[in-house]
Design a protein. Sequence first.
Length: 224
Amino acid sequence: MLIPSIDLMGGKIVQLVQGEKKALEFDDFEPWLERFAKYPLVQVIDLDAAIGQGDNRSLVRSLFRRLPCQVGGGIRTAERAREMLADGALRVIIGSSLIKDGRIQQTFAQDLAGQLGLDKLIFAVDSKGGKVAVRGWRQLTEISATQMIRALEPWCDGFLYTHIDTEGLLLGMPLDVVSELRGLTGKRLIVAGGIRTQEEVDRLEVMGVDTVVGMAIYLELLKV
């Protein structure tokens, strides 16, 4: 399944390269909402909330009324996750709060699952140079994606793996990495990071992997 991504910063839709350089920016949401309405799921990420510089909460809430969404960015407590679900999110994406002082927070993950239900939780595993990055990809840990998935598998519906090294570069997703991760878990696996063609999406789907596409889908739709 292809999942379009809506990344929000400063009240606008943006696309960043490796989480840093802004490559695209749109303040007119309507054309994108119309185009994305045909998809069974859309991913919404509040980048401002992720890096702790404000949030786009009211805007996020308005997107829930128009599109079926899973949402992430700055969701660090069960209370905030519950609010997002009450606002209309289908699932919440939890990332940075699953790591504290360099350790994977299994007890927190278990508590989230108990309060919200496994089916509402996607755990984000954002990898840069083979290590998990948190706080909007600004902080690098010593934890590998493999370690994180193995430790947290019992308490979520699935994992969102982002390959930061290729994110926004349209270089393609390294399939060997995805294959290794697919072998680690029987849960839903969603991947992102440089995916550029429908052929790639199809190959990943054959592997039992869903894809989040940002830069490529915006650039393609701009041609229409």
